[in-house]
Design a protein around this ligand. Structure first.
Ligand code: GLY
Ligand code: MN
Ligand code: MN
Length: 446
């Protein structure tokens, strides 16, 4: 901010949101706000000036409200507990914002994130405009704080990484628990059925008993054909012996997400057709992992995974070589997208799809494949740096079709791990649950 001319940054936390009637959604702080403050109460603002002075506005202590809604930190205790320079009652927000914005060159806030914010800022600016005759200058520039925050959050420090390792470890344990749970049920009765929600309950149990606040995103537990719906949420479908179960679930811990997917056979044994596709997805993930390190580009992992998947589609007959050509042709025409239609990863952090520019800001646009069989002119994908955290998540999703071998119909497979980029490679932080098909079978068979 100082390099860009100074000013004041305004950062509200998230509002409380109603769910239905007078019931609220569980409260979740704003990720940017919490990154700076570690403060998880609602009705709070952070004001930062370019010299680094920080002002928190938060709810006053309130003996009666605290009986109903819980303890409040209060502005008196906030500086010592949170490390802000000063704190005031949030009832003074308008007065403090106007006071701080007076005679500043710019006001900074994240554009397009909180719908009411711009109108609120306008109100403060209008107040200042009315004081100009009295010699008070009103900021003349609105600046987007979002990109600065994204750059800060994209590279994680050691304490953030410690939290993310723990989150990923808890999630991996939850996946192992889900596998064991299914295995035990089918061992006791091979004719049984396990409902998706029962597996979801096992995941949640494991998240919470290890101190996670809950899932970082809606858990996907997809029995059989449901795995071909990419954003399927756990429902009540019965999982049967002989089917695969795809679980994409990760816990949030102290504001940080994990994002883990495993696909396992309900009864602990892959069929040959399942195994054939599973091994291709695993090989694709290994290829992507092998190029994930500081200095490579973010899309290198995707390109490496797509090459393995495309070759696998040809080898298994998912794609007809006579119709689509070799792997190069499959990639050039994007024919692989019929069975692999999503990206191979994303930034991971406080948000499951975390903030951070995916393109290389300081390089010139170049012509490149658009992933749809054509080309596009845009900046190259970003070069990875140590401390970035990415997911690596290839998959294959086969819908029934006359030109697809029937033994693969309705198989949906994804494997997803969380990786910390290092100078020489990457640290897979979610490998507390096996990935290899034989190791999954071994775990499930006890
Ligand atoms: N669970 C969301 C994702 O994998 O991107
Ligand atoms: Mn993901
Ligand atoms: Mn996921």
């Amino acid at each position: 901010m100082a390099r860009a001319g100074g000013g004041i940054a305004l950062l509200p936390t998230a509002p409380e949101r109603m769910r239905n009637g007078d019931s609220e959604y569980p409260y979740r702080h704003d990720s940017h706000f919490h990154y700076f403050t570690g403060f998880d109460e609602p009705h709070a603002w952070l004001l930062l000036d370019a010299s680094g002075r920080s002002t928190l506005l938060c709810r006053e202590r309130h003996a009666e409200r605290e009986i109903w809604d819980g303890r409040r930190l209060g502005p008196e205790a906030a500086p010592a507990v949170l490390g802000v320079d000063e704190a005031f009652d949030v009832e003074q927000l308008d007065a403090k914002a106007v006071e701080r914005l007076a005679n500043q060159p710019a006001v900074w806030f994240p554009f397009g994130e909180q719908p009411e914010l711009q109108a609120q800022v306008d109100g403060w600016l209008a107040t200042l405009r009315n004081r100009e005759r009295g010699g008070v200058a009103c900021p003349q520039t609105l600046r987007d704080l979002g990109p600065l925050l994204a750059e800060m959050r994209l590279v994680k420090d050691s304490s953030e990484l410690a939290t993310m390792r723990r989150a990923a470890q808890i999630s991996a344990g939850a996946h192992a628990r889900a596998m064991r749970f299914c295995a035990a049920r089918f061992r006791a009765d091979p004719q049984t059925a396990v409902r998706e929600y029962e597996i979801e309950a096992e995941l949640l149990h494991e998240f919470r008993r290890h101190g996670s606040q809950g899932p970082a995103y809606t858990s996907i537990v997809a029995a059989g054909a449901n795995a071909c719906v990419l954003h399927y949420a756990a429902g009540s479908t019965e999982l049967r012996a002989g089917e695969l179960c795809l679980v994409d679930a990760g816990c949030e811990l102290d504001g940080y997400a994990s994002d883990v997917t495993r696909t396992f056979p309900a009864d602990g044994r892959f069929t040959p057709a399942q195994r054939a596709l599973y091994d291709i997805v695993q090989a694709a993930q290994e290829a992507a992992i092998a190029v994930t390190r500081a200095g490579t580009r973010r899309l290198d992992a995707h390109d490496a995974a797509v090459r393995v998947l495309a070759q696998g589609m040809l080898d298994t007959g998912l794609l007809d070589r006579n119709a689509v050509g070799d792997a190069d042709a499959v990639i050039a025409s994007a024919a692989y997208r019929r069975f692999y239609m999503h990206g191979t990863g994303h930034w991971l952090g406080r948000d499951v799809h975390d903030v951070g520019d995916y393109l290389s800001a300081d390089e010139a646009p170049v012509e490149q494949p658009d992933g749809l069989g054509g080309t596009v002119v845009k900046k190259p994908s970003r070069v990875l740096q140590p401390g970035m955290v990415v997911t690596i998540e290839p998959g294959l999703y086969v819908r029934p079709a006359a030109d697809v071998p029937e033994r693969f119909w309705n198989l949906g497979i994804r494997i997803e791990d969380d990786a910390v980029v290092t100078a020489t490679g990457c640290e897979l932080i979610s490998r507390g649950v096996p990935v290899d098909a034989l190791e999954i079978e071994r775990l499930m068979q006890g």
